[in-house]
Design a protein around this ligand. Structure first.
Ligand code: NDP
Length: 486
């Protein structure tokens, strides 16, 4: 048998890669190394879920004084100081990165702060000039946000850049209607930024339950977000007064400039990022202090040496793997966002654990990608698992149990916000096929409802469960008659 430096070499120190490296080393005694070119913790910890959720918490305080006044508190609206928050955030991210590093170290994993690529089926070469061999190589390089392919798109930022902003803009245009766009629309709105959101389709959060996403859109508008559906950017250009002159528009300035001048203007704004002049598909052109593109993410599969080795790359750049996360090469596996299956941190972690079972514990384990609960951290949140009403109707006859109401806490304070509890039930088997909750803390609720649904609970199982009173979520076990059959 060939003598390798390591049993496992992991490329990528995000949630999936770190978990796989750590478990392989500590549970099986494998000799493991991991290379990370950036910060340990990856997208989730450094520039995704964690800082985003902390920003959600920060932004939610803006709604509290009004609520508190409804309960008799003599309390004034406060002001938000971005540099203070950002300082605390950076300290917290440093702490978390330190934990990730020490978890690896304490598990006996060798780490390399370098970019790595495959030289052959068992050899990794790194940007620091070193090479290492391994019996098995795991690619867990994640993904990156992408801008639309249009002139001057570099004038807009992407989600990675948000946490580095020196100042909060007064106004922001967010382009996109997915998770990231909607979450940051609510966050910036809560932090006092004037938010406009363009989404090219008819309704945000495509693919989620229509009724649930309808309520999210309604709530976002009620909170003051200028959400424009059926709208996209036609043209964008730098929009500083000096460039525009007294009367002209940035577009005129860009149009009048030579290609080099125009490129220089854009490059300058790459550094400065704004303000930006934007012409939409409908309505008047206007300027925004900042434009955020939340227009999707692509897998980080480039320049890893994969194609040369015969590893298949899909249309969006995803590494094609089988149900055990194995690529076309027996010694190379891939997990997480780089495989573009279900792009969520806990799924990448599961894929990492299943990989260790398969490759190191002689227990081939396919990852179960069915019935994954998830939350969208809009305000209010959406918690969801299983089929939307629309998707379920395509498959079979269903009964819809649904209620929407003003919850006690905010209704008492005179607020009009509503929540939604919805079950999609198979008429034939009575199994609950989908559960969709729009409410404060819906993410917490769906985690628990998800257990029942994953176990195959029927509507009657929900009915048999006694309500916890008084809560919002008690409605999920007290809906007696279907609202409709579809
Ligand atoms: P999504 O794929 O969810 O959304 C991208 C959005 O951008 C869609 O609304 C899409 O429109 C729109 N879009 C795409 N291309 C263009 C274009 N050229 N011009 C205008 N609009 C465009 O990506 P996100 O970036 O929001 O999130 C990426 C992934 O990250 C998610 O799929 C999710 O897996 C993960 N994530 C999960 C979170 C959570 O669990 N809470 C939070 C954040 C991210 P259309 O609908 O028409 O295609």
């Amino acid at each position: 048998m060939a003598d390798y430096d390591y049993d496992l070499f992991v490329i990528g120190g995000g949630s999936g890669g770190v978990r796989a490296a750590r478990v392989a080393a500590s549970d099986t005694g494998a000799r493991v190394a991991l290379a990370e070119e950036d910060r340990y913790g990856g997208t989730c910890v450094i520039r995704g879920c964690v800082p985003k959720k902390l920003m959600v918490f920060a932004s939610e305080f803006s709604h509290m004084p009004e609520m508190a006044r409804g309960y008799g508190w003599q309390i004034n609206d406060g002001t938000f100081d971005w540099p203070t928050f950002r300082g605390h955030l950076n300290t917290e991210l440093d702490r978390l990165e330190g934990i990730y590093r020490s978890l690896l170290k304490n598990s006996g994993v060798d780490t390399f702060d370098a970019r790595a690529r495959l030289r052959d089926a068992h050899t990794v070469e790194m940007s620091n000039g070193e090479t290492r061999t391994a019996k098995t190589i795991l690619i867990a390089t994640g993904g990156h946000p992408v801008r639309p392919d249009m002139p001057n798109a570099g004038l807009g930022i992407v989600s990675d850049d948000i946490f580095h902003l020196q100042t909060l803009p007064k106004s922001i245009l967010i382009v996109g209607g997915g998770y990231i766009a909607c979450e940051f629309a609510c966050i910036f709105n809560g932090l006092g930024v004037e938010v406009t959101q363009y989404y090219r389709g008819a309704q945000i959060l495509r693919g989620f339950d229509d009724e649930a996403r309808g309520l999210i859109a309604e709530s976002m508008r009620e909170q003051g977000i200028d959400l424009k559906t059926g709208t996209n950017i036609v043209e964008m250009a730098p929009a500083s007064a000096e460039r525009l002159g007294a009367t002209g528009t940035a577009s005129d300035a860009a149009m009048g400039a030579t290609a080099e001048q125009s490129a220089a203007l854009v490059q300058e704004d790459e550094d400065a990022k704004g303000p930006v002049w934007v012409k939409p598909t409908s309505g008047e052109p206007r300027e925004f202090d900042l434009v955020l593109f939340a227009t999707g993410r692509d897998p980080n599969s480039r320049d890893l040496g994969l194609e040369d080795l015969g590893i298949e790359i899909g249309r969006r750049g995803e590494i094609v793997v089988d149900e055990y996360s194995k690529t076309a090469l027996d010694s190379v596996y891939a997990i997480g966002d780089v495989t573009n299956r279900v792009n969520l941190t806990p799924v990448a972690i599961r894929e990492g654990m299943a990989f260790v079972e398969t490759a190191f514990k002689d227990n081939p384990t396919a990852v179960d990608h069915e019935l994954i609960p998830s939350a969208i951290f809009t305000q209010p949140e959406m918690g969801t698992i299983g089929l939307s009403e629309e998707a379920a109707r395509e498959k079979e006859e269903v009964e819809i149990y649904c209620t929407s109401f003003r919850p006690m806490k905010s209704a008492f304070a005179g607020q009009s916000s509503r929540v939604l509890m919805k079950l999609v039930v198979s008429k034939a088997t009575r199994v609950v096929l989908g559960c969709h909750i729009v409410a404060p803390d819906a993410g917490e609720m769906i985690q628990l409802a998800g257990i029942a649904i994953k176990m195959g609970a029927t509507k009657e199982d929900f009915d048999r469960t006694v309500a916890v009173h008084p809560t919002m979520s008690e409605e999920i076990v007290t809906m007696k008659t279907p609202m409709r059959t579809a």
